[in-house]
Design a protein around this ligand. Structure first.
Ligand code: PLP
Length: 385
């Protein structure tokens, strides 16, 4: 038994997006091709973390990233064998998951350093970690301008091994913002500072790349598209993998959106001139109007603001969403189209010669594609092909 409204996820397109990114990285740099950290946090941006992660492994991904230890555990339970980096802050109570599931933590605060060191000691093991530097986002990470004070204690931790150093850009998607370049320069300085901290070995200054053979990463999707200088050793695309380019950047890679959100018309209703439609009668028919009822609503993650702004595709044509988006249903104006119950409705994706993409939908309601994808509800079955 399956509901009418389903999210079809095209895993072949996902793999081809992964390869398009990898090809791009090898094309621009003859010497050393950066690797990829495939970002599958938030249930792989709503696409289903287990299936997506395993398809990415198939495509060659050797390092995935998620938001927290619980997401990492879910990936392991789905059978993922690749290395898994946890981006988020670690809460002390769930550190066991790092060891049980062989996850790689990000250490972004002195408190986390302390807690992971203590846990590693308890488990009588060593932990490889990624060190996060805050270069201007002012979220997680050790402040770039204070590292000589904050890092020595971390580097002296007996059971912790530095695997990589990274930062995150606050304005990579804003070509006008000077902070992007400033963050890049701050990160360069931070790397140099780290290189002069000898990890307690008494040796001379070392380049960070040979510092416990650690490596460096910084670029999310927008930064990857925008500036090859921040590719370093690995890049961290999320949105691009799912075939969507972060607005307002232009698509300079050949990508395919991997999710199509489809439903079916469950009823068709004639409405007379001057009659209203739905809660609050927010839509009034100015002429005899035909309304199609579609069984998908805000409980499925569709935004209320789509009413009066967005459209769905029915019979290859755009049908405006009218009235209000309800919990389990929406209404579309199909006047003049020959629509019957059972007809396919495309909410996101292509139909005929037209396509509704998440960038367009996001712009209509004043949000970002990320939010639309992540909010697609748990009631909607993901069907993989
Ligand atoms: C989510 C996230 C990414 C991926 O961002 P996209 O814009 O989807 O490419 C990369 N790095 C970190 C630290 C993130 O949290």
């Amino acid at each position: 038994m399956i509901r009418q409204t389903v999210a079809r996820v095209d895993l072949a397109a996902l793999k081809s997006n992964y390869r398009a990114i990898a090809d791009r990285l090898s094309a621009d740099r003859a010497a050393r091709t950066p690797g990829v950290i495939a970002v599958v946090k938030a249930n792989a941006y709503g696409h289903g973390a287990g299936q997506v992660a395993r398809a990415l492994e198939d495509a060659g991904a050797d390092l995935l990233a998620c938001a927290d230890i619980e997401e990492g555990a879910a990936l392991r339970h789905a059978g993922v064998r690749a290395n898994i980096l946890v981006f988020g802050a670690l809460s002390v109570s769930d550190l066991d998951g790092l060891f049980d599931c062989q996850l790689t933590p990000t250490i972004s605060t002195p408190g986390a350093a302390h807690a992971v060191q203590a846990a590693a000691e308890k488990y009588k093991t060593r932990v490889r970690y990624h060190l996060k530097i805050d270069t201007g986002m002012n979220r997680l990470g050790f402040r770039f301008d204070n590292l000589k004070r904050t890092l020595p204690a971390l580097f002296a931790s007996e059971n912790l091994d530095l695997e990589a150093v990274y930062t995150h850009f606050a304005t990579a998607d804003d070509p006008e913002s000077p902070l992007f370049n400033e963050q890049r320069l701050r990160f360069e300085r931070a790397r140099a500072d780290i290189a002069t901290m000898n990890h307690g070995t008494g040796e001379g200054p070392r380049d960070v790349s040979s510092f416990s053979s650690s490596y460096v990463h910084a670029a999310n999707s927008a930064a990857l598209l925008r500036d090859s200088r921040v590719w370093y050793d690995r890049v961290r695309p999320g949105l691009l993998l799912y075939g969507v380019v972060p607005p307002p950047l232009a698509a300079t890679l050949s990508l395919t959106p991997i999710m199509t959100l489809v439903s079916r018309v469950v009823a068709v209703k004639g409405v007379r001139t001057d009659e209203g439609v739905g809660y609050g009668l927010k839509f009034t028919a100015e002429q005899p109007t035909t309304i199609a009822i579609v069984p998908a609503g805000y409980a499925d993650g569709l935004d209320l603001r789509l009413a009066g702004r967005g459209s769905v595709l029915i019979r290859g044509r755009r049908a405006p969403i009218v009235g209000s988006v309800n919990m389990d249903m929406l209404m579309a104006d199909v006047t003049g189209l020959d629509v019957s119950p059972g007809d396919e409705v495309v909410i996101i994706g292509p139909q005929g010669d037209d396509r509704i993409d998440v960038r367009e939908m996001a712009a209509q309601i004043g949000t970002i594609p990320y939010e639309i994808l992540c909010r697609i509800g748990s009631r909607i079955e993901r069907v993989y092909a």
